[in-house]
Design a protein around this ligand. Structure first.
Ligand code: 5GP
Ligand code: ZN
Length: 113
C-alpha cells in the first residue's frame, strides 16, 4: 500500500534492523525500544490492524506466533516475553499496518499502561 511505512520496510524501500524474514512476514527491531529486547513482527501483506483480520488469516497468524516463539527462544528470552498489538487511537496505534510488538528481558507491569 502506498505511503504505508511498514509496507515500505517490508519491501526493503525503507531500511530496518532485520531479525528474520520469509515470504510472509518480517521481524525487525523497534527504532524506539521499550525493553532490552523489543522487535516488531509484521505480515508482508498490508492489513491495517488486528481489527481487519478474518478467518482466512488464521494460517498467517499461526505462522506469526510460531515465529515469535522461535525468535524469542533464539534470543534467550527465558524469563518470558510480552506480545502487544495496538488497535486504533485509544490503544496508541501509530502505524496503520498490523504489527506485533515483542518485548522481553525486563519485568513487565500489569495492567499495561
Ligand atoms: P504502534 O505505536 O503503532 O503500536 O507501534 C509502532 C512502532 O513502530 C513504535 O514502537 C515505533 O517506535 C516503531 N517505529 C516507527 N517508525 C519506525 C521505523 O521507521 N523503523 C522501526 N524499526 N520502527 C519504527
Ligand atoms: Zn502497509
Amino acid at each position: 500500500m502506498e505511503d504505508c511505512l511498514f509496507c515500505k520496510i517490508a519491501a526493503g524501500e525503507v531500511p530496518s534492523n532485520k531479525l528474520y524474514e520469509d515470504d510472509q512476514l518480517l521481524a525487525f527491531y523497534d527504532i524506539d525500544p521499550q525493553a532490552p529486547v523489543h522487535f516488531l513482527v509484521i505480515p508482508k501483506k498490508h492489513i491495517p490492524s488486528a481489527a481487519a483480520l478474518t478467518e482466512e488469516d488464521g494460517a498467517l497468524l499461526g505462522h506469526i506466533f510460531a515465529t515469535i516463539a522461535r525468535l524469542c527462544d533464539s534470543l534467550g528470552c527465558d524469563g518470558g516475553y510480552r506480545i502487544v498489538s495496538n488497535v486504533g487511537e485509544d490503544a496508541g496505534q501509530s502505524v496503520k499496518h498490523l504489527h506485533f510488538h515483542v518485548m522481553a528481558k525486563r519485568q513487565m507491569g500489569w495492567p499495561a499502561g
